[in-house]
Design a protein around this ligand. Sequence first.
Ligand code: SF4
Length: 171
Amino acid sequence: MEENGKVRIGFYALTSCYGCQLQFAMMDEILQLLPNAEIVCWYMLERDSKEIEPVDIAFIEGSVSTEEEVELVKKIRENAKTVVAVGSCAVHGGVQSWEKDKSLDELWKTVYGDGTVKFQPKMAEPVEKYIKVDYKIYGCPPEKKDFVYAIGTLLIGSWPEDIDYPVCLEC
Ligand code: SF4
């Protein structure tokens, strides 16, 4: 926590569509959080330009799909008091983790052909496979009310209850 009493928040993204962050950005309630919180890192606004700073709450969107992301989630965990996995990609691995019958090489060639990239790909997996996750917000993207409940509860120093998330919202 800052000396000014504000809770330090970081919002990080791994392999994802940034939809969970967009959902967060579209919450009017964010404005009400600001007097009590400081967003020290938000990948949607600024990425790769800062070191991972210590935070009270780290929200992580996306699956772990490269060797670089393995190191990144470990660093986020080392610097966060509480880690929250946000959305189906972070919690379950997302659609990018569904194809288990093909090798990484086959998948890679299907998407990128013989193209080269700067990162080292690996099969997509949930964040919890690599680090301890303290709380999960389900959905793709999560519903705003679940975000508000989790953030609001954590900000007042309490702990949110797990929310049952049905496979079908009509269930
Ligand atoms: Fe996008 Fe859904 Fe993954 Fe969130 S959970 S990053 S909305 S695909």
